[in-house]
Structures are given as structure tokens and as C-alpha cells.
Design a protein around this ligand. Structure first.
Ligand SMILES: NC(=O)c1ccc[n+]([C@@H]2O[C@H](COP(=O)([O-])OP(=O)(O)OC[C@H]3O[C@@H](n4cnc5c(N)ncnc54)[C@H](OP(=O)(O)O)[C@@H]3O)[C@@H](O)[C@H]2O)c1
Length: 247
């Protein structure tokens, strides 16, 4: 896909990896609509990239806000051709801690944002994407979709679910709308707020976004970002080794 002149929606587009995605898409000549809860960061990006980007404040863990985003895009951005489901949260949970009795709202929020919102935005915006000459849907997953880590069971479940949904959507599009390209970006560890204070060998959000944008331009089904590229081969030879490393 040539991104010049395309209209792209980036969830979580004003912070972390999403911010770099917004910058790079705008740099390639795309118009970008960013979604996020924080109005200030959305406005900062609008100032930085004036004219090329707009923001829609929304909490995507809330189904009314997801519906509002779908309605607004349909009303104001009828040329939408790129959807990037990037926004997510990762919550550490140990179900044997005393605090686990209070986990239910956090579990629901994480499921709603990381998985339900991505599925509902994809299906809700599909009629619009289908009308374009070419379109791309990108779902941002993680190496943890292949095998989970102990400390964030719900996050890992949402990423495994998103990976599965992405594949099934790719099958459906291949059959019914082959001009819609469905891509999964399997992320490595990236230096953002999500990973602050933990992990080593992190790559920059700029590099992560660059690999995703290149994947969109080349029409790739899957982009395994940075070190995550080792996972498919390792997993083919030893799923248990991959499970052990990621645990
Ligand atoms: N960083 C990593 O190492 C890593 C590794 C594997 C996968 N990933 C994936 O990469 C993607 C981006 O992660 P990141 O590291 O850039 O995270 P981040 O720095 O924490 O940014 C998260 C983004 O999501 C938005 N967001 C959070 N909650 C939201 C809500 N309820 N409604 C709407 N927007 C919301 C945030 O904006 P507001 O705060 O303004 O709402 C922010 O723009 C995620 O899908 C993550 O799972 C990241």
C-alpha cells in the first residue's frame, strides 16, 4: 500500500508505539485519526503535526465510546483505509494475592480494551474499509500471544485471542474482500510506559513503528518485530523452550 493520501485510524495514537505510528504515517502523507483518553496528548500531537492528524477522545474499554468512534469515523472520515488496533493495557495479576477479590473490574477493562474494542472496531468499520479500493487492518499483538508469562494472565489471553481473530479475519477477507489486507504485528519489548521499570534489551517505539509501517507498505500478513522474529523458528523446533523463555 502506498500510504500517501490514505486515511488511517490509530488507537492509542498519541502515546508510546502509537505516537510513532501516527508520526510515521503522517510523514508518509497519510491523514491520521488518533484515539486515546487523554485530550492533552491528542492535542499535543495535533499541534505537532498540524493539518495531518485529528484526535477523537474516547475510552475504548467502554462500549459506548467504541460505538461513538465508529459513528464518528463513518460520519467524518468516509475514506478510511487503514485501521490500526494498537491501544492496550497490561495489568499484572496474581490470583493468589488477597487483592485478587477486587480484580473483576480490572479484568473486564483489560478484556474490553485489548480484545473486544479491537474486534468491534474491525467489524464496525469493515463496511467502510470494504468500500475503498485497498485497505489494511493491523492488529498489534505480542510474543506473549504465542506463550504466556506468569505475571499477566489476562493480557496474554487477550493477545492470543487477538492473534486468533486476526487470522480468521484474514481468511474471511481473502474470500470475500481480497482488497482488504489483514496484518498482525507481533511486538517485541519496546521502551514505552507499558514496560517502564522492567525488562531489558528494549527497542525504541520509533523502530517498532517503522517495522509496522514497512509491513503495511509491503502487504505482509505478519510482522515479527525485532527479536520477536526469532520466535516462529524457535517455536517450530521447541514450543516448550519458547514457553519456558516467555514464562
Ligand atoms: N511496549 C511493549 O514492550 C509491547 C510489547 C508487546 C506488545 N505491545 C503492544 O503494543 C501496543 C502499544 O503498546 P505501548 O507500549 O505503546 O503502550 P503504552 O505506551 O502504554 O500506550 C498505550 C496507548 O493506548 C492508549 N490507551 C490506553 N487505554 C486506553 C483506553 N481505555 N481507551 C483508549 N486508548 C487507550 C493510551 O492512550 P491514553 O492513555 O491517552 O488513553 C496510549 O496511547 C499494545 O497493543 C501493546 O500490547 C507492546
Amino acid at each position: 500500500m502506498n500510504l500517501k493520501g490514505q486515511t488511517a485510524l490509530v488507537t492509542g495514537g498519541a502515546r508510546g508505539i502509537g505516537r510513532e505510528l501516527t508520526r510515521q504515517l503522517a510523514g508518509q502523507g497519510a491523514r491520521v485519526v488518533m484515539i486515546g483518553r487523554n485530550r492533552e496528548t491528542l492535542e499535543e500531537m495535533q499541534t505537532e503535526l498540524s493539518g495531518a492528524v485529528t484526535g477523537i477522545p474516547a475510552d475504548l474499554s467502554c462500549s459506548q465510546d467504541v460505538d461513538h468512534v465508529i459513528a464518528t469515523i463513518n460520519e467524518l472520515h468516509g475514506t478510511l483505509s487503514v485501521l490500526i488496533n494498537n491501544a492496550a493495557i497490561q495489568t499484572e495479576m496474581n490470583f493468589f494475592e488477597p487483592a485478587a477479590t477486587d480484580y473483576v473490574p480490572r479484568i473486564q477493562r483489560e478484556l474490553a480494551l485489548n480484545l473486544e474494542a479491537a474486534i468491534c472496531l474491525t467489524t464496525g468499520l469493515l463496511p467502510l474499509l470494504r468500500r475503498q479500493p485497498a485497505a489494511t487492518i493491523v492488529n498489534v499483538s505480542s510474543g506473549l500471544a504465542i506463550a504466556p508469562k506468569r505475571s499477566a494472565p489476562v493480557y496474554c489471553a487477550t493477545k492470543a485471542g487477538l492473534r486468533s481473530f486476526t487470522r480468521a479475519m484474514r481468511y474471511q477477507c481473502a474470500e470475500r474482500a481480497p482488497h482488504i489486507h489483514v496484518m498482525e504485528a507481533v511486538m517485541a519489548l519496546v521502551d514505552t510506559d507499558m514496560t517502564r521499570g522492567r525488562g531489558s534489551g528494549k527497542i525504541s517505539p520509533l523502530r517498532a513503528a517503522r517495522e509496522i509501517v514497512a509491513g503495511i507498505e509491503r502487504g505482509r500478513d505478519e510482522v515479527w518485530v525485532a527479536k520477536a522474529a526469532l520466535l516462529p523458528l524457535l517455536h517450530r523446533f521447541s514450543p516448550s523452550l519458547v514457553a519456558h523463555i516467555l514464562k
